[in-house]
Design a protein around this ligand. Structure first.
Ligand code: SAM
Length: 230
């Protein structure tokens, strides 16, 4: 994702009721944040947040937490929901009302390496990884979100019946993920190299920003779902 520094990002995020400001203090207490005991699904590397926001609107019975490392990116998701997005072209933007913000959705600005400090064992029921950065150099493999190093972190927070769902158009990253699964102690439940050609799978598919961009260029979208080996 191309990044430019947006001076107001820190202030907007610090003041946003959508963003959990000190997430480590909620470890083991996330049910209190939502005020219910619904399952918790997280997206790691949510970008501008379209996927997790659409999911939260569609599934009020699930609690969603979107995680993004960069304030300049998270700002886009926050302002979209709070109705204060600055239109790039100077056009006037309608203000959303507070009712447009799903009650089952929060965001966290942090690096995913900190996940085990933010969630207690088994506190998370599903993890979504969408169009994760590929980090093409071998020496950066451990930074890839589906790497065995990250799978070990997800293992620390995911419920024993929990699953991870990963989508990407990057075939190299997808093949890498497929190779990481078994040695890291996970089990492949399903995979496809062309999600958009599968009408059954597409019935429940929620598009991400990157998915829409790359699918419209004709890139096949790969998807896999894993759980722990038993
Ligand atoms: N998931 C979105 C989509 O599909 O449209 C965004 C994809 S974008 C290529 C990847 C996002 O993951 C970027 O916004 C990046 O900042 C974020 N990201 C990458 N590594 C991360 C990490 N270790 N912790 C948190 N966010 C991360």
């Amino acid at each position: 994702m191309r990044l430019r520094n947006i001076p107001r990002a820190n202030d907007v995020i610090a003041a946003s009721p959508l963003v959990i400001q000190d997430p480590k203090t909620q470890r083991g207490l996330w049910q209190n944040v939502f005020g219910n005991d619904h399952p918790i699904h997280i997206e790691v590397g949510m970008g501008k947040g379209r996927f997790i926001t659409d999911l939260a609107k569609k599934h009020p019975e699930i609690n969603y937490i979107g995680i993004e490392r960069y304030t300049s990116v998270l700002l886009r998701a926050v302002e979209k929901l709070q109705g204060k997005e600055q239109p790039e072209d100077g056009a006037e933007q309608q203000e959303n009302t507070r009712q447009d913000i799903p009650e089952n959705l929060y965001f966290i600005c942090m690096d995913a390496t900190e996940l085990p400090e933010v969630f207690a064992p088994e506190e998370v029921d599903r993890i979504y990884l969408n169009f994760s950065d590929p980090w093409p150099k071998d020496r950066h493999a451990k930074r890839r979100l589906p790497s065995r190093q990250f799978l070990a972190r997800y293992d620390q927070i995911l419920d024993k019946n929990g699953t991870i769902e990963f989508k990407t158009d990057n075939r190299g990253l997808f093949d890498f993920a497929l190779e990481e699964i078994e040695p890291a102690g996970w089990r492949l439940l399903m995979h496809t190299f062309d999600l958009h050609a599968d009408t059954e799978l597409m019935k429940d598919n929620i598009m991400t920003e990157y998915e829409e961009k790359f699918a419209s260029r004709g890139n096949p979208i790969c998807k896999l779902i894993i759980d722990r080996e038993r």
